[in-house]
Structures are given as structure tokens and as C-alpha cells.
Design a protein around this ligand. Structure first.
Ligand SMILES: C[S@@+](CC[C@H](N)C(=O)[O-])C[C@H]1O[C@@H](n2cnc3c(N)ncnc32)[C@H](O)[C@@H]1O
Length: 690
């Protein structure tokens, strides 16, 4: 069967053997998923070719309908259906390659027999639209499509990859023919093709390109060379908010859920920017980005992206590795100061690019609407600004998605059809409220586990958590539960407050939903959260990001004196002198004087493991909690674990007791001499931690 018959059948929702002119809108599922998701091998033509023919023909169908009708093609060629006529005439008049059939083929002949008539009607249609050339008409049709589909409401966001280029270089090359306008709203305001860009005011090195520029950025040299990366503005928030520094201060960085690698490469670029020029690149390469991706196939894309972005030199890709199985205490991660978590989510904030334009069919004034979903939903939802506001205002955004369509059933009964887009961009239709709730709750459970795992990295001080979901269940609710978790309380994790955020994030006006947060500091937490809504005029996708921080001197709630009695560095490590002796915070003096130590087991060197005892392993001689932290009493003193050291200590005490008893017997009093009392604390260590 020909490409044309197959495409016509998909467009009209009919079986190829019994063509129909039924409106296509009655068929479920998105247009793209019906073509690309066809797994039964029923399509003979390449899906990409079918999709391109259908899309382009639909865009042109209003013009082509006039041409076919005025040329009376269907009256002359009875075997042609209205849909077939649009597809064939499209390729005959508009496509560079012409009709993709042999010259002898009946369908091609049926069109070419009317060449003169079709061509002159096409010229008339163009002139009626006041276009002097075919190129002008092409631009007009493309602009109409982009506006009517809602695509023109979103800029093409281009992040300049500062590992390979600069904004200045891109202004002089890729965008040299573009006019720079002051606001994003200027980029998305027109309905005509025009080349305008805006340098974003929130995220550095980000450019908003007019969707009506007629330039496909993916075809540019800069894109192919990894100098520019197409990344929605909101998706740039997490790495920017995390604010990694190429110093010991924030150490190595983990991207826990990395593929395809937009944020991994953004993190790398920020580390690079921070390393120069002040320190001549000394810090570059000192800190690494550890990228984890559970899905081996997606990890390949990540590898390619990291390589083309030029960050492979300092990015360690853990292909097929589940971040939840990574040991936070592993030696390799001891300097991880910051983590970026961008886990799998419902994808409910993603801007759909799957709108199939209206198909105008010739004769009998039949007009079929193709595709559906996004475009219809937008109309149904009314004013786009209002939609954004409604989502912000409402805690019940769990039920209110612009990608939802509610159908009335019996009285009072409703069912919701919601499109959820997974990590691969595959759309799943969720057909009941309960199904949606279950899905969100399962995702939220995983997201919370991931956050708590990240909280346990010993040197971590900053975390950014993000989703491209609009649901509070995956966003503020996860943040609240994470803050209330034992590990967060123990380690002192709190929300990164708005006033502590990098300038562009502090100034971004759209914040978390207060009603989705709890407690006395609900407002502060919500204000710390960053939201983005599609269709609110800011040209971004639906997104959420929150930052978490742990203060320098707060390592564990309940730990005496904020981390024990000794002076620590900014990574929380005890500062020691050349003999391994720590300094007391309270006095600023050495904790022990080696000269005064009476035996080896009292020596600081011994306890800090410079000499070490195999039985104590890497964890040292003291009792630790499940997070590996030394357990201390109210005075900040640790307890010895059972083992040879405790045995030696017991023996020492017994020796002292015996000596005391012998002394008492010798002086005849029976009373131990001062300093030989049994304090009953045989197993207590009154020393210091390792
Ligand atoms: C939303 S996507 C990440 C997008 C990516 N941050 C970017 O900006 O290009 C989530 C990714 O996390 C991966 N993932 C999910 N669970 C994971 C886990 N436990 N460990 C590692 N990767 C995981 C998924 O396979 C998917 O590729």
C-alpha cells in the first residue's frame, strides 16, 4: 500500500481498504503515538515519512482545499478521496521532491493530468493571500500553524554552552541576523515570521529565540558542535540554583538522574565558568561531576551529550547504575558537596509539541479536526493566563491539569483522561482520578526515597530537587515530607530560603504553593520553592525546583555542641595537627598533651587510626548510629564499641583497682587512695573521636 493511502487512512481514521471522510478527532491517543507507537508492523511506510506528510499537508490543507475544489479535481477523478487529493496535491505543488510514486502510477497520473489547472489555481490562492512568492506563502502558513497550535507561545530556549562558546560569539554567528529585544514577551508576541531573540534576565547564558524565526536551531553549526544546547528555561533552574563551586567548599557534584544530560552539562559548564579566569583554571578538573543513569540505553545518549558538550574530561558517567544503590560513604564520594536530583516524574508540565493542525478536506465543506489534546484543552480551559493562575491558587492542582480532559458520565460521575509523559517522551493516558492519584503517589514515594538518600552523603551541603510536574504531590508535598524525615532532622537539612538563592532565582516571581506546605514556616518554605507554569506568558514549561542546604556547623540534631567538641573544617572534618591531635572548640587548645599520656592506648595517634587497630575497621573504636555518625552523650563524649580496645581499658582499670586495693592493704585503711575510685564506667571512653 502506498505512503499516500496509509497516511490518508491515519488522518481520517478509516481502514485503508474502505476509505472514509470521518473526522479524525474521534480517534483516541495522540497523533504521534498512533504513528510511532504502531507496534504491530501494520505500517509499510516509514513512520517518520507518514508523520511529515500528514503534518505538512494539514498545515497547507486550507489552501489546497481551495485549489482542489476550484480545479474540480474530485469531480474529474472519481477514485480520489478528499484526503488523498490533499496529500497528493500537496506533494505535487509544495514538496520539493514531488509525488513519491513512479510516473506510471495511477494516483500520480490522476494528479498530473490536471497540472495546468492545479498550478493556476494555486497561484490564485497565493495571490489572494497577498504573497508575492511561494516562499512568502510558506512563511505565512508556517506562522499560522505555530500560532494556532500554541507553539508560538513558547520561545525556543537556547543555552549557550560556555565550555565551548560564549553569548558574544553566538550573537556574532548563529544569531547575527537576529534583532535583540528586551523582554521574553516581545519574542513571543508576533504572528508573523521574524528573527528576534532576548537574553534571559534570570538564567545566565540563556537566549529566548522567536518560535517564528524560521530557523531550526538543531540544524545550525553551533548546535552540531555542542556550542548551544536546546533547553527550556525552567529546566535550567536546577543547576543554576544548586550553584556548584569548583572549590573544596562545595566539592564534587552528583547528578543522580542524569540522562539525556541537559542538567549534567549545565552543571559542568557552571563549574567551568566559576574556575576562570581568576584562578587560571587551577580549579577546573579538580572537581568532578558524577552522573548516574539507571537506564543503560538512555545512558548512551547521556554519554554522547557529555562528549559533544566538552565536559567528558571531568564528568564520570555511571552507566546503568541505580543511584539508590550507591553507598554515600564510599571513598569516591567523600567530597561530594552538592547533588542535583531531577528524578522521573509525571511529566505533566511538559509543553506538548504534538499538535496536528486542522485538516481541511475539499468538497462538501467537510472539515476534520486531527489530533486533539493540547489545543482543544487550551480552548476548553479558557484564557491561558487564568489557567496558570488557577494552578497556582489551588492546592487541588492534583486534579487540575491543562492536559486533563474531564468527561461527564452518569449524573455526578466524572472520569479524567490525563496524558502523562514518561522519560522517553512516551505518552500514557491515565483514565481515572484514582489511577492518576496512584501514579502520582508511586512517583512521590520514589522521589522522597531519592531525596533522603541524597541527604545522607557525608559532605553534602546543597541539594536541588526538581520535577517537570505540575502536581503538588510530586513537588511541595515531597519537600515537606523530606524536611520532616529523620535523616533531614539529624543532619540539619533545611530549605534554601529565597533570600539565600542566586540572584536570578531569588528574582523569579513564581513560587511554591503555600497551601501545599505545612507548619509555622509554610510561607517561608513555599517562598523557597520555585515554580513555573506553562501558558502563563513567561514562555516556560511547567516545572518545580527546591533547594536544600545544611548549615556549616550543624551536622546532626542532638549532637552536642554542633558536631562535637572539636574544631572542624568546612566539610565537617575534624582539624588535626601533625600528630593527629584535634583542637578543642571551647578553649582553642590541643585536646591532649602527648607528653602527659601514660600509655599507648591513650595516645591520640592510636585512636585516630594512624596506628589503628584492625578490629576497629575503618569506622574507628566508637559506637556509631545507622548514619555512621559517632553517638555522643550530652557532653559530646562518645562510647567505646565492644572489642579489644574496651578489653584493654577494662584490664587497665582492673590493674588500677588492684593497685588501689594493694595500697589500701599496705596502709591498713582498706580505703582506696584518691584517684583509684571505681566510677563504674569501665566501658565509657572519656577521650575523643577519630
Ligand atoms: C527526568 S529524567 C532526567 C532528565 C535530565 N536530568 C536532564 O535534564 O537531561 C529522569 C532520568 O532518571 C533516570 N532514573 C530514574 N530512576 C533512577 C535511579 N534510581 N537512578 C539513576 N537514574 C534514574 C531515568 O532513567 C531518566 O533518564
Amino acid at each position: 500500500m502506498s505512503l499516500y493511502h496509509e497516511t490518508a487512512a491515519i488522518l481520517t481514521g478509516s481502514s485503508p481498504s474502505s476509505p472514509s471522510t470521518q473526522p479524525h478527532s474521534q480517534i483516541g491517543g495522540s497523533f504521534k503515538s498512533r504513528i510511532f507507537g504502531s507496534k504491530d508492523g501494520s505500517l509499510k511506510s516509514p513512520p517518520a515519512q507518514i508523520y511529515a506528510l500528514a503534518l505538512e499537508s494539514c498545515k497547507w490543507s486550507a489552501v489546497l482545499k481551495e485549489v482542489v475544489e476550484n480545479a474540480q479535481l474530485l469531480q474529474a477523478e472519481r477514485k480520489l478521496t478528499p484526503a488523498l487529493s490533499i496529500l497528493l496535491v500537496h506533494d505535487f505543488l509544495v514538496s520539493k521532491g514531488g509525488i513519491a510514486l513512479p510516473a506510471s502510477h495511477g494516483l500520480r497520473a490522476a494528479i498530473e493530468r490536471h497540472k495546468a489547472r492545479l498550478t493556476s489555481e494555486f497561484t490564485r490562492a497565493r495571490l489572494r493571500r497577498r504573497c508575492a512568492t511561494l516562499a512568502e506563502l510558506r512563511d505565512q502558513i508556517e506562522a499560522e500553524y505555530l500560532v494556532s497550535s500554541g507553539i508560538a507561545a513558547h520561545p525556543r530556549w537556547v543555552r549557550v554552552n560556555t565550555l565551548k562558546s560564549s553569548v558574544d560569539e553566538q550573537l556574532e554567528t548563529t544569531f547575527k541576523d537576529f534583532e535583540v529585544v528586551p523582554a521574553v514577551s516581545d519574542v513571543i508576541s508576533g504572528t508573523q515570521m521574524r528573527k528576534v531573540i532576548c537574553l534571559d534576565g534570570n538564567v545566565p547564558n540563556l537566549i529566548a529565540v522567536s518560535p517564528l524565526s524560521g530557523v531550526d536551531c538543531t540544524k545550525t553549526e553551533a548546535y552540531k558542535a555542542g556550542k548551544i544546547i536546546l533547553q527550556d528555561k525552567a529546566s535550567c533552574f536546577p543547576a543554576y540554583l544548586l550553584d556548584p563551586r569548583p572549590t573544596d567548599e562545595r566539592g564534587d557534584v552528583i547528578d543522580a538522574c542524569a540522562a539525556p544530560g541537559n542538567k549534567t552539562t549545565h552543571l559542568a559548564a557552571i563549574l567551568h565558568e566559576r574556575s576562570s579566569p581568576q584562578d587560571d583554571g587551577r580549579t577546573l578538573g579538580r572537581n568532578r561531576v558524577f552522573a548516574f543513569e539507571k537506564d543503560r540505553f538512555r545512558a548512551q545518549t547521556l554519554e554522547k551529550m557529555v562528549k559533544i558538550a566538552g565536559s567528558d574530561g571531568f564528568t564520570v558517567i555511571n552507566r546503568g547504575v541505580d543511584f539508590l544503590k550507591v553507598d554515600p560513604k564510599a571513598e569516591e564520594y567523600k567530597n561530594v558537596g552538592a547533588l542535583l536530583l531531577d528524578p522521573s516524574c509525571s511529566g505533566s508540565g511538559i509543553v506538548g509539541r504534538d499538535e496536528m493542525p486542522e485538516l481541511h478536506l475539499p468538497s462538501s465543506a467537510t472539515t476534520a479536526k486531527v489530533g486533539g489534546g493540547q489545543k482543544n484543552d487550551n480552548k476548553k480551559g479558557g484564557n491561558k493566563q487564568q489557567q496558570g493562575k488557577r494552578k497556582r491558587d489551588s492546592e487541588d492542582d492534583d486534579e487540575d491539569s491543562s492536559s486533563n480532559s474531564k468527561k461527564k458520565l452518569a449524573a455526578g460521575q466524572t472520569t479524567t483522561t490525563t496524558e502523562l509523559i514518561d522519560d522517553d517522551g512516551t505518552t500514557t493516558l491515565v483514565s481515572s482520578d484514582q489511577e492518576l492519584k496512584d501514579r502520582i503517589s508511586a512517583l512521590a514515594g520514589f522521589q522522597l526515597t531519592l531525596l533522603c538518600h541524597a541527604f545522607s552523603f557525608p559532605a553534602a551541603k546543597r541539594i536541588s530537587y526538581s520535577t517537570c510536574s505540575i502536581y503538588a504531590g510530586e513537588n511541595e508535598h515531597v519537600v515537606m515530607k523530606a524536611l520532616q524525615s529523620d535523616i533531614a532532622k539529624k543532619r540539619g537539612w533545611r530549605i534554601l530560603k529565597r533570600e539565600e538563592q542566586v540572584a536570578g532565582m531569588r528574582e523569579w516571581p513564581v513560587r511554591g504553593a503555600v497551601e501545599a506546605c505545612e507548619g509555622d514556616d509554610a510561607e517561608e518554605i513555599a517562598d523557597g520553592c520555585v515554580r513555573a507554569y506553562r501558558d502563563d506568558g513567561r514562555g516556560v514549561m511547567g516545572f518545580f525546583v527546591a533547594g536544600f542546604v545544611r548549615d556549616d556547623d550543624k551536622t546532626a540534631e542532638g549532637e552536642a555542641d554542633n558536631g562535637g567538641p572539636f574544631v572542624r573544617d568546612e566539610l565537617g572534618r575534624i582539624v588535626r595537627d601533625e600528630n593527629g591531635i584535634p583542637t578543642l572548640k571551647a578553649t582553642g587548645e590541643k585536646a591532649f598533651d602527648l607528653d602527659e599520656m601514660d600509655d599507648r592506648e591513650s595516645s591520640a595517634e592510636y585512636y585516630i587510626g594512624k596506628v589503628g587497630d584492625a578490629h576497629d575497621g575503618e569506622e574507628g573504636p566508637f559506637v556509631r548510629d545507622e548514619e555512621g555518625r559517632i553517638v555522643r552523650d550530652a557532653q559530646g563524649m562518645p562510647s567505646l564499641k565492644p572489642g579489644p580496645m574496651m578489653e584493654r581499658r577494662k584490664k587497665k582499670k582492673q590493674k588500677k583497682k588492684k593497685a588501689a586495693a594493694a595500697a589500701a592493704a599496705a596502709d591498713g585503711s582498706g580505703v582506696p587512695a584518691a584517684g583509684f575510685e571505681d566510677d563504674g564506667a569501665d566501658d565509657e571512653w572519656d577521650g575523643f573521636e577519630d
